[in-house]
Design a protein around this ligand. Sequence first.
Ligand code: TYM
Length: 335
Amino acid sequence: MSTKPRIFSGAQPTGNLHLGNYLGAVRNWVRLQADYECIYCVVDLHAITVAQDPAELSRATREVAAAYLAAGVDATTSIVFNQARVAAHAELAWIFNCVARLGWLNRMTQFKEKAGKNRENASTGLYVYPNLMAADILAYRATHVPVGEDQKQHIELARDIAQKFNKDFGVDLFPLPEPVIQAEAARVMSLRDGTKKMSKSDPSDMSRINLTDSPDLIAQKIRRATTDPLPLPDTVEGLSGRAEATNLVTIYAGLADQEVADVVAKFAGANFSTFKEALTQLAIDTLAPITGEMRRLTADPGYIDGVLRDGAARARALAAPVLADVHKAVGLLTD
Ligand code: TYM
């Protein structure tokens, strides 16, 4: 048994991973492997809370797993698997459906965004999505959850569920998981609109850089990214009120692993064409090796399936004793 603290995190296979997923989450996962016992999941059960084409879901599940590996997740020390392979997630989520309160779920901003105006027509799965997310984390008693800013509210809900479960059943079974949020690039914005999050569901592919994009496409997307007419400022304060400039500078800082202030100092007074050229080069240098490795891995689906199957077996072994404790606490008779 590892004595390191345990991490759980995941991404939905609802399409390609993009630069926001990479800078906000996956790159952080890779780095945390040195100090944590890590479980990284492709959350296919979360993906089906909105309609998915079955063949595309399977393809995207393998591709997202390939992205984790290509980015540097080590599937021999960390656990990489897809959620549907480990029944404990769905099982614990049901129990959490009976712990979480309607009022708590009603406050979730992501449900409101995703359900949109046609709320009556949203799946009930979309509504209880955060309970499944709490189950993902707590089935392993994970204490740390590296995510982008947008998932913070869901992790707070997981803490509330853990606390209420412990209190209701008079146990000390679940830890209260903490979000681990990377300061720079915790919220990468759309290349077309600096006030909107970069997202897989944005209808415009020009709004995001996908981990599968070719260098030419990356260059084209950055060239066409929305900007304002002013040159870059010489102080961080000078970025305020300039959403697009802030976003591009933040992306640069994220990719270069520098502070925003250092990037501002480097490009003070530069016009966007100069800055965009440097950003393009940096993005290509960073992403091309990952894209190449993803292509190599996805060419061998048998290998990816082996990784996912092996990860699932290890995940099941970790979740089984937790589920047994849960059953006992609740009074459910199981073997
Ligand atoms: P998902 O699939 O939307 O995103 C995966 C990860 O990428 C982060 N992210 C971003 N970070 C910065 N800027 C952006 N524009 C951006 N877009 C996405 C997300 O914050 C996330 O960390 N509900 C989760 C998946 C999930 C999960 C979990 C995460 C299911 N169970 C348990 C942690 C623990 C989601 O939809 O992520």
